[in-house]
Design a protein around this ligand. Structure first.
Ligand SMILES: *Cc1c(COP(=O)(O)O)cnc(C)c1O
Length: 374
């Protein structure tokens, strides 16, 4: 299956975007022109709507991929001299520990296995034991495995301890609410090319305006300083440095389409259905998901590499690619795995076609996995 002659991307971003999102890029904009200033303002307002926020929060777009926004958020909000508790259960958590090390900020990792989530009571205990830990950083969905972390419960423990919470909501923002009730946080980072279904090149930090004001002067860098970037937008509506104009135009279109689909609820419902169809289909072929259903976010699914003499991931990859689907290698360290994403401009019929492509790829390699799990 292809679209515009391209394979469908079953990856966690960049992902398959709509034709209308791609078409939105077919113009040139002057970055200091009124039309572009209005586009920036619309994107910032729509981001707050997508986050379910209004008063007291602000959305600050930043050039770059998601990691740029995470680094910008950490460098801007972590007070020099203060310590930070980072909840780690995968590569993105470990990356934040490394960012703190480079920034010269004291980071303490609370690390659990890649197939486990953090215990909010243990977060509370660690905060009580170490009064220097002014901040906690949590990841909503650890894309390394596809696990959904209990951010709402963690947020409660952080608030009860009177500390500040920062969230990497990269791969869930726009499709998975942070909790059943609104969750209180100081800042959250995400990017254009995940559940909002824009193209890559733009990220953003959504933050409490009072916390952002208080963060003035923290950042050890210039171009990623979220406070300064915000001052620029609030001053004349413009970007401080050359913005990715076409990427922003595509992102505005993607945010409009997100709202038209019913916002977080509508998008999340489609992804949950994609995920169900994928998991059921792959299980029927004999593949085993790494995570129990209760911990699985409807974003990307990690499957164990089958222990079958005829099976090869490279052949599955090539066989599915030939049939128009790009899948993803595994990233976890604890087991041999591969991953298949269920986000992007895809629906359940695409997921059924992906499973059919896996059937054909298995037939090519002569590997029948059913009954092989012994
Ligand atoms: C995608 C992602 C990021 C950012 O990755 P980039 O490659 O820089 O876009 C950060 N955290 C999580 C959890 C992610 O899924």
């Amino acid at each position: 299956m292809t679209r515009n002659g391209d394979p469908l991307l079953l990856t966690p971003g960049p992902l398959t975007t709509t034709a209308t999102v791609k078409q939105a890029m077919l113009h040139d904009w002057g970055s200091r022109d009124e039309a572009f200033i209005a586009m920036t303002a619309e994107v910032r307002a729509r981001l707050l709507t997508a986050a379910g926020l209004d008063e007291g929060y602000t959305a600050v777009p930043i050039q770059g991929s998601g990691t740029f926004a995470v680094e910008a958020m950490l460098g801007t909000f972590l007070a020099p001299g203060a310590g930070t508790l980072i909840l780690v259960n995968g590569a993105y958590g470990r990356r934040m520990v490394e960012i703190c090390r480079r920034l010269g900020r004291r980071a303490v990792a609370y690390e659990v296995a890649e197939t486990e989530v953090h215990d909010p009571a243990e977060v509370a205990r660690r905060l009580a034991a170490d009064p220097d830990l002014a901040h906690v950083v949590a990841i909503q969905c650890e894309t390394t495995s596809g696990i959904l972390n209990p951010v709402a419960e963690i947020a409660e423990a952080v608030a009860a301890a009177g500390r500040s919470l920062l969230i990497d909501a990269m791969s869930g923002f726009g499709a998975i609410p942070l909790g059943p009730q609104p969750v209180s946080y100081d800042a959250l980072a995400a990017s254009s090319n995940k559940c909002i279904q824009g193209v890559p090149g733009l990220a953003f930090v959504i933050c409490r305006t009072a916390a952002l004001r208080a963060a003035k002067g923290n950042a050890p860098f210039l171009s990623l300083d979220i406070h300064d970037q915000w001052r620029g937008f609030e001053g004349n509506g413009q970007w401080r440095y050359t913005p990715p104009t076409q990427v922003l135009a595509a992102f505005r279109q993607a945010l409009r389409e997100h709202a038209d689909e019913g916002g977080v609820e509508g998008r999340g419902a489609r992804y949950r259905r994609n995920c169900e169809v994928l998991v059921e289909g792959m299980k029927s072929l004999g593949f085993e998901p790494l995570l129990p259903a209760a911990l699985q976010a409807p974003i990307i699914v990690t499957f164990r590499t089958p222990d079958h003499p005829g099976f090869s991931f490279d052949m599955l990859y090539e066989g599915m690619k030939d049939r128009g689907f790009v899948i993803y290698p595994g990233k976890i360290t604890e087991a041999e795995t591969f991953r298949i994403g269920c986000i992007g401009d895809l629906d359940e019929s695409d997921m059924r076609a992906a499973v059919a492509a896996a059937v054909a790829a298995l037939a090519d390699m002569g590997a029948d996995l059913r009954g092989a799990a012994a």
